[in-house]
Design a protein around this ligand. Structure first.
Ligand code: ZN
Length: 248
């Protein structure tokens, strides 16, 4: 037992032997190497107003299982791994680290052991590092039903890996029924209001799934309106052409 505890402490909980892979259920690692290798590269996504966009994988097969485990089962092991991967993907999007030679395809396959999670010298690379990680809050109804907000869970895990501060900087305006909103506003997707303390911050905005990008676009605009110095985006799964196959 002490051995397990010691290993867990050394590796951010990814080596706990009693953990099951969120992708295939095999006992040992979460996620297991086979599932990491089975992830499909995401299609690119543009988020207007964001200075960079980092994506991990397509929302299909194993990628969808990872998101499902995070969203509906709130699995801590996969949340930790996704947070670390988002941190690395963000740094890769800024150009401050490169994906490893052994895993050239897909940001999720950056060799975390080789890249390490040591502070990156972004100043030397001519980049202003982010100082705050935030998320686009889910609806109150979803939060109540699940008992947590998966976007917040991801943002906190990402902030830990980047040694940045997680902060609640966005407020969701209205729920599913925006009785006071115009038809145009409802079609535009969710609306957010940035908090005053977003001003002057260099922010990484984190989310689990990107489909049309409307949520991240609205959240980015709200942070910018609140005076953010910069907004970068990092999301786990890109829902794209696989929609037709998923029947969703
Ligand atoms: Zn697996």
């Amino acid at each position: 037992m002490p051995l397990v505890v010691e290993l867990g402490a050394l590796t951010v909980g990814r080596v706990l032997f009693e953990v099951r892979c969120a992708g295939c259920g095999v006992l040992g690692w979460c996620p297991c190497q086979a599932c990491i290798e089975a992830l499909v590269d995401p299609e690119p996504a543009l988020v207007r107003g964001a200075q960079s966009v980092a994506l991990l994988f397509a929302h299909s097969d194993v990628g969808r299982e990872f998101i499902h485990a995070l969203k509906y089962r709130g699995e801590r092991a996969i949340a930790g791994w996704l947070g670390e991967s988002l941190a690395l993907a963000h740094l890769a999007a800024l150009g401050s680290i490169a994906p490893s030679d052994t895993a050239p395809v897909g940001l999720a396959r950056i060799d975390t052991a080789a890249a390490g999670l040591a502070p990156i010298d972004t100043a030397a690379a001519g980049l202003a590092p982010i100082d705050t990680v935030t998320w686009a809050p889910t609806t109150a109804a979803h939060r109540r039903a699940r008992g947590f907000d998966q976007a917040e869970t991801l943002a906190r895990a990402t902030a830990k890996a980047l040694r940045a501060r997680p902060m609640r900087l966005l407020r969701r305006i209205g729920g599913t029924a925006q009785s006071g909103a115009s038809r145009e506003a409802r079609l535009a997707g969710p609306r957010f209001e940035g908090r005053a303390r977003a001003a002057q911050r260099r922010i990484l905005l984190v989310d689990d799934v990107v489909t049309t990008g409307a949520t991240l676009r609205a959240a980015t605009a709200a942070l910018t309106d609140a005076g953010a110095a910069a907004v970068h985006v990092a999301a786990c799964a890109r829902r794209g052409r696989d929609l037709a196959h998923a029947g969703a």
